[in-house]
Design a protein around this ligand. Structure first.
Ligand code: COA
Length: 389
């Protein structure tokens, strides 16, 4: 297989972005990514484009966003594709772009992830309700909130996971966001445990501070072959492993287990196997904390903690900055924000910055191997990537 490297990666400020249009948000992310290369890259160097956008038709009433992105970037690639896998679109796009390079269809690929969710609040609510199985489940009130609430209830019942442990994830990720100027809740700063525990209920047992927010934001990543990478950076970050797996159903009622995510285990195992490493060798991870319970289950099913010990992992401070395996140093989806199509590539951007030693106040010392995990639906579909510097 060809060695493929990230040569540039950037994100826009996340949050409510009334100050820009959809295409301006895209442009902002591209400029951010180019600024992290040596700026020798020219439009004609880019021969592939993958755009991760979950629901622009509904949210901003714009379709054909792959072509729009080519116009905004000023490029005419040989392969262009828009990828939609709901919240996991960004990582699925990365896997496809990597495969396109492996297949010899492109040498240097620009990836753009974007979602503008706050411009039409009704559309944003609807967009979240049509990701689950509309015909059999959403119609009965099983939406993202209640689906993950079921997972939390079962995890609490089976393994004794506590209210405090759920809130510890929120407290940690808000602290990390206070160190990240691009995060939606950067200005909110640290939050005390009492605030996280006593927030208004959304779907029992998940309260406001157990949920990721509604966000506008974009991210961009540039990848190329190892041979080309030195033309654009002296700090390449290599893609070492890539894995993807899915439950055989879109809905929660047919999942093999609600509080153990077997598809995540399969995706992670594929990525570990390809990279030739074990979970113990990971120095830093960005995982999909759409709800606090998700991060706890991910510690377990990614192999960072024994099954049932995810709550203790956060309680013991293992995943904090300064802990044995810092998770979601960016602030995570919880506090950096979750603009659906932008999330996967924003996770990859955080790991790239960390592995380049450019994460500022939230830098993890000597980080050399990083992992990203991105999921969609009720944790029915997962994508895992492993990177090294
Ligand atoms: N965490 C912390 N604070 C939040 C928040 C969150 N997730 N979401 C909103 N807030 C804050 C806002 O900043 C605002 O604060 P302010 O009054 O100081 O300005 C306040 O709560 C009200 O915001 P509003 O947008 O009106 O809240 P809401 O009740 O309409 O929405 C949620 C709250 C949790 C329902 C919404 O953020 C949501 O739907 N999140 C889940 C998104 C999701 O499911 N994504 C896909 C995951 S798979």
């Amino acid at each position: 297989m060809k060695e493929v490297a990230i040569v540039g990666a950037g994100v826009t400020k996340f949050g409510k972005r009334n100050d820009v249009t959809y295409r301006e948000l895209m442009a902002e992310a591209i400029v951010e990514a180019i600024h992290t290369t040596n700026q020798e890259i020219k439009p004609q160097d880019i021969d592939g484009l993958f755009v991760s956008a979950a629901q622009p038709e509904l949210l901003v009433e714009q379709a054909h966003v792959g072509n729009l992105a080519a116009q905004v970037a000023g490029i005419q690639p040989k392969i262009i594709s828009r990828v939609e896998m709901a919240c996991a679109s960004g990582s699925a796009a990365m896997r496809n772009a990597w495969a396109a390079i492996q297949a010899g269809l492109a040498e240097t690929v620009l990836l753009i992830g974007i979602e503008k969710m706050t411009q039409n609040p009704k559309a944003a609510s609807k967009s979240l309700c049509i990701v689950p199985d509309v015909e059999y489940e959403s119609i009965h009130g099983i939406t993202a909130y209640s689906g993950f609430a079921l997972a939390a209830k079962e995890h609490m019942q089976k393994y004794g996971t506590t209210r405090e442990q759920l809130s510890s994830v929120a407290v940690k990720n808000h602290y990390n966001a206070s160190l990240n100027e691009k995060a939606q809740f950067h200005e909110m700063g640290e939050i005390p445990m009492e605030k996280a525990i006593n927030a208004r209920m959304v779907s029992d047992p998940l309260n406001l501070f157990d949920c990721s927010p509604i966000t506008d934001g974009a991210s961009a990543v540039i990848i190329t072959t190892k041979e080309n990478a030195s033309k654009f950076t002296d700090q390449p970050v290599f893609i070492r492993g890539s894995g993807q797996s899915t439950e055989p159903s879109i809905g929660v009622s047919n999942m093999s287990s609600i509080s153990t995510w077997n598809a995540l285990k399969r995706a992670a195992n594929s990525a570990y196997e390809m990279a030739g490493i074990s979970p113990k060798q990971i120095n830093i991870a960005e995982t999909h904390d759409c709800f606090t319970i998700a991060e706890i289950i991910e510690y377990e099913d990614l192999g960072f903690a024994e099954k049932g010990m995810g709550g203790k992992f956060i309680e013991d401070g293992e995943s904090k900055l300064g802990g044995s395996l810092p998770v979601n140093t960016s602030g995570g989806l919880k506090a950096k924000g979750h603009p659906i199509g932008a999330t996967g590539l924003a996770q990859i951007t955080e790991i790239t910055q960390q592995l380049r030693g450019q994460a500022g106040k939230r830098q993890v010392k000597d980080a050399s191997i990083g992992l990203t995990h991105n999921l969609s639906g009720f944790a029915t579909h997962h994508v895992v990537h492993i990177f090294s510097n």
